[in-house]
Ligand binder design. Structure first.
Ligand code: GDP
Ligand code: MG
Length: 163
C-alpha cells in the first residue's frame, strides 16, 4: 500500500484544484446534478518519484456554517485514521479564520506530520503578507498557487521528505 497524503482544509481554499494538479489522471470531477460538484476522493500522485495515494478529504463541500464545522471534524478524523502525512491547505487571500485555528489544533493532536500550504498566493510580491498569519501554528509552511502551479515543487518536496 502506498503511503496516504490527505489534503484537508475549509471549503473553497483550493483542495480540489491542488488535487487535480497532483493527480495522475484528470478525471477527478464529475457533475451529478446542476450546482453540485462531487469530487473524486482518491488518486495516485507522484511526489518526486514516490507514489502516494492522495486523498481529497473535502469530497463534498457545504455552504452552511454548521456543515462546514462538521466537515472539519470529519476531515480531521479521516486525517487521523488514514493519513501518513497531512497537507493542510489554507487560503492566503481570505487569511486565517477561527475554523482554520480549530483545524490546526485538531491536526496537531493527531500527532501526524503536517505541512501547511498557503494557497492563492498567485504573485511573488505579496508572499510575506499573505503567509504571515499562518506561521503562529508552528507547522512547516509554503506559499502556493494551485491554480498557476507556483510553489508546487516546494510543497511536493516537503511532503516527499516526510514519507
Ligand atoms: P475546495 O473547495 O477546497 O476543493 O476548493 P476548489 O479547488 O474547488 O477551489 C475553490 C475556488 O478557489 C475556485 O474558484 C478555484 O478556482 C479557486 N482557486 C483554487 N486555487 C487557486 C489559486 O491558486 N489562486 C486563486 N486565485 N484561486 C484559486
Ligand atoms: Mg473540493
Amino acid at each position: 500500500m502506498p503511503p496516504i497524503v490527505a489534503i484537508v482544509g475549509r471549503p473553497n481554499v483550493g483542495k480540489s484544484t491542488l488535487f487535480n494538479r497532483l493527480a495522475r489522471d484528470h478525471r477527478a470531477i464529475t457533475h451529478d446534478r446542476p450546482g453540485i460538484t462531487r469530487d473524486r476522493l482518491e488518486a495516485t500522485a507522484d511526489l518526486n518519484g514516490r507514489f502516494v495515494t492522495l486523498v481529497d478529504t473535502g469530497g463534498m463541500d457545504y455552504e452552511a456554517e454548521e456543515e462546514i464545522a462538521r466537515q472539519i471534524v470529519v476531515q480531521a478524523e479521516m486525517a487521523l485514521t488514514l493519513a501518513d502525512v497531512v497537507l493542510f491547505l489554507v487560503d492566503g487571500k481570505a487569511g486565517r479564520t477561527s475554523l482554520d485555528d480549530d483545524m490546526a489544533e485538531r491536526l496537531r493532536r493527531t500527532g501526524k506530520p503536517v505541512v501547511v500550504a498557503v494557497n492563492k498566493v498567485d504573485g511573488q510580491e505579496r508572499i510575506a503578507a499573505m503567509t504571515s498569519d499562518f506561521h503562529a501554528w508552528g507547522f512547516p509552511l509554503f506559499p502556493l498557487s494551485a491554480a498557476h502551479g507556483h510553489g508546487l515543487g516546494e510543497v511536493v518536496t516537503a511532503l516527499a521528505d516526510l514519507l
